[in-house]
Ligand binder design. Structure first.
Ligand code: NOJ
Length: 570
């Protein structure tokens, strides 16, 4: 066991990742949009927090229909963010501090303004025609033109867009300005490989890879019988997905580069495991969506669902076991630019419990087996947008497309329910500007008008005040990351064991190293105080969200305040 564990060590297992959403991180010019120079100015903040890998959401040239996930040139930086010399400088600043730079590779689709697509749509015999997925229309019994099949876009409506010039439809699983590339074409795969090499040669240390399990579509393009996200069963981990991932994996290996693939809509965990198992040569780790779907109701994301803690326990335990037992690796995340804020979603963001809840998230996440991902603002416990926001405060295409389906036709009650769900789950929740301090616009921009409204609570929740306060959420993250590294054999390479599985308030787990060293993490997800019968004796309090010392945990019970979390070395 010992030597096997040795072989599996990797730099990206021992580090933690911080995700920057460039538009909302730090504006250095007063344009109202964040930029690379702004990120550079905050590198020391990130170093002090203790993160090791900085992942930038897309910074490439883009018409920004989907916040840069629609790329029109993979080698050019979108001018509002700066230029390529800023990327070089950021890379150097990170590398000087022993940190890594990870870029976002979005190659399931491009922007419709990419030269490849502009060519492709010109004519059926254009050399780039086969770089995208074109199909002739179907016609119904009345002779009406219809899309080639019933697949649905992730952003509402059909996944096919009609193009008059050549009387064909192209596939676009996201918005109509995001045509899907045809990975069946070897020239497309070669182009993706070239983009990877371009950035790896320039010193990038790896990639987060957007919807990477969508790249291989069932070539018979059958109609779907699913109710939600029709068609995804025919392209999520499609027939040639792993073959293509192995090609990417070979390049990543040459550079000892890191990769995390985003993999939504997967129902068979064996597919996910294949993508990350150590002997397969595909990716370092993947983002699965099981925790993200926990509050999605019968009609998808914007329908309500109440979930018990036991559901989260089952899911966490499942993924911890799958990866540990099969030489895979977990990407540990509870937030990103597509998800609401973890403190609002998984615990309690009311004024009495918000701070404790945000600390709980830190401790809960950082000590699990896998690489922790922290999304900008998570480290200070940023929350969802206020309930009072009007629809014109929301900016995200996914949320607005959904609203457009209902705003003129639905009754007032339905509209009110939808607004409740948007405030809980819209991607906008994560995209409000970073709350740096209590100055106007939270120190995000010097201009009066940030591209997106700042969350009203920035005077109470901001980085400057938390860096100064030793018991803040920020310092809870900092300490948790520090302890994770200090006890690497336990927290990075150790086994995971769920404790007190039946308890509906407490989420407790143990981590055990191969040499027997162990730790216990206890998180009170409830709003009530709990006297928890502790099964073990502790040697040291590693992190406590409530300032507990060893004396407080030596009896047979640990008294946990509402939303309190504690990590103990045994
Ligand atoms: C996943 C990205 O995280 C999301 O922001 C984007 O809208 C879609 N993929 C399409 O690229």
């Amino acid at each position: 066991m010992g030597s096997q564990v040795e072989q599996l060590r990797a730099w990206w297992k021992e580090g933690s990742v911080y995700q920057v959403y460039p538009a909302s991180f730090q504006d250095s010019t007063g344009s109202g949009v964040g930029d690379l120079k702004g990120i550079i100015s905050r590198v020391d903040y990130l170093k002090d927090l203790g993160v090791d890998i900085v992942w930038l959401s897309p910074i490439f040239q883009s018409p920004q229909h989907d916040m840069g996930y629609d790329i029109s040139d993979y080698r050019v930086i979108d001018p509002p963010y700066g230029d390529i010399s800023d990327v070089d400088l950021l890379r150097d600043k990170l590398h000087e501090r022993g940190m890594k730079l990870v870029l976002d590779l979005v190659m399931n689709h491009t922007s419709d303004q990419h030269e490849w697509f502009k060519e492709s749509r010109k004519s059926k015999d254009n050399p780039y025609r086969d770089w995208y997925i074109w199909k002739p229309p179907k016609y119904d019994a009345d002779g009406n033109r219809c899309p080639p099949n019933n697949w649905q876009s992730h952003f509402q409506g059909s996944a096919w867009e009609y193009d008059e010039a050549t009387d064909e439809y192209f596939l676009r699983l996201f918005c109509k300005e995001q045509p899907d590339l045809n990975w069946e074409n070897p020239a497309v795969r070669k182009a993706a490989h070239d983009v990877m090499r371009f950035w790896l040669d320039r010193g990038a240390d790896g990639f987060r890879i957007d919807v990477i399990n969508f790249i291989s579509k069932d070539q018979s393009f059958p109609d779907s019988n699913q109710q939600v996200l029709r068609g995804s069963e025919y392209y999520a981990c499609g027939p040639r997905c792993h073959e293509y991932l192995k090609e990417l994996g070979a390049i990543l290996k040459e550079y000892d580069a890191f990769s995390v693939g985003e993999m939504p809509c997967v129902h068979d965990e064996r597919e996910l495991l294949k993508a990350v198992a150590a002997d397969r040569g595909e990716l370092s780790m993947i983002f699965h969506f099981e925790f993200m779907d926990v509050d999605h109701g019968a009609n998808g994301k914007f329908s309500p669902k109440v979930w018990p803690l036991s559901e989260l326990k089952t899911k966490v335990n499942k993924w911890q076991r799958i990866m540990y037992d099969n030489n895979g690796w977990n990407a540990l995340y509870l937030e990103n630019h597509d998800q609401p804020r973890a403190v609002s979603r998984f615990v309690h963001d009311d004024p009495e419990n918000r701070e404790a809840s945000a600390k709980l998230i830190a401790i809960f996440l950082a000590f699990q087996a896998g690489t922790p991902f922290i999304y900008q603002g998570q480290e200070i416990g940023m929350t969802n947008v206020p309930k009072e926001w009007e629809m014109n405060d929301y900016k995200d295409i996914d949320c607005l497309n959904h609203w457009n389906l209902y705003k003129d036709s639905a009754d007032e009650n339905t509209k009110a329910l939808l607004k409740t769900e948007y405030q809980k789950k819209s991607r906008d929740n994560a995209r409000t500007p970073m709350q740096w301090d209590d100055s106007p616009q939270a120190g995000f921009t010097t201009s009066g008008t940030p591209w997106m409204r700042v969350n009203d609570n920035y005077k109470q929740i901001n980085a400057a005040s938390q860096v100064k306060a030793p018991d803040s959420v920020y310092h809870t993250y900092r300490r948790a990351l520090e302890k994770r590294k200090e006890h690497k054999d336990v927290f990075v390479y150790g086994d995971f064991e769920l404790v007190d599985e039946e308890n509906d308030k407490i989420f407790a787990y143990k981590r055990v190293a191969s040499n027997g060293d162990a730790a216990l993490i206890v998180c009170n997800f409830s709003k009530s105080e709990v006297a928890w019968p502790s099964p073990v004796k502790a040697k040291e309090v590693l992190v406590s969200s409530d300032g507990k010392k060893l004396d407080h945990v030596t009896g047979d019970r640990i008294r946990l305040a509402p939303c309190e979390a504690i990590a103990l070395l045994l």
